[in-house]
Design a protein around this ligand. Structure first.
Ligand SMILES: Nc1ncnc2c1ncn2[C@@H]1O[C@H](COP(=O)(O)OP(=O)(O)OP(=O)(O)O)[C@@H](O)[C@H]1O
Ligand SMILES: [Mg+2]
Length: 154
């Protein structure tokens, strides 16, 4: 089974994906790292200030077997289920500012969260999508909720 963990930066994808992979006995995949390693980064989007990833190429170099995919574009890959992590704007602002990110980058990501960009894209591409709010939940509780849902997937 392949599970994609998506969401705006700072919503807790990496924290939750690692715990979830351990819990399920699945392999954890950092998609950004894999894309860089396999030469699947095919450009840079200046307006969005983010790397453009060749998703088709990335799909080909993914390891076989049960995977938990971590990345804000993980929903663009094939998956049996997609977990979208959401966070209240005030809390997300706190997490992103704590990273020392410039105000503009924080604002852009808060906007993406307000418009639920990842969630909308995931819903357009996949049949089995779960949204989880990590504002008050701890990472472990979030991973537990995801695992419970995954157990119901076909
Ligand atoms: N319920 C929660 N689930 C996950 N992370 C949480 C939660 N509550 C607080 N956090 C914290 O939020 C911060 C951001 O988490 P993390 O780095 O995993 O986000 P991310 O979505 O992987 O971001 P990026 O897209 O930049 O990699 C971490 O410090 C994490 O401990
Ligand atoms: Mg991360």
């Amino acid at each position: 089974m392949r599970i994609a963990i998506t969401g705006t930066p700072g919503t807790g994808k990496t924290a939750v994906a690692r715990l979830l992979a351990r819990r399920l006995g699945y392999r954890y995949v950092d998609l950004k790292l894999l894309a860089e390693k396999k030469g699947a980064v095919c450009g840079y989007d200046r307006s969005r200030r983010s790397k453009i990833v060749d998703v088709a190429l990335l799909e080909k170099v993914l390891p076989p077997g049960d995977l938990v995919l971590d990345g804000h574009f993980s929903h663009e890959l094939e998956a049996d289920g997609v977990v979208v992590l959401r966070t209240a704007v005030e809390e997300l602002a706190r997490r992103l500012r704590a990273r020392g990110w410039p105000a503009r980058k924080v604002r852009e990501n808060l906007q993406a969260e307000i418009f639920n960009v990842c969630g909308e894209e995931a819903a357009a591409l996949h049949r089995q999508v779960l949204e989880l709010d990590t504002t008050r939940l701890k990472s472990a509780a979030t991973a537990a909720a995801a695992a419970k849902w995954i157990a119901t997937l076909k």
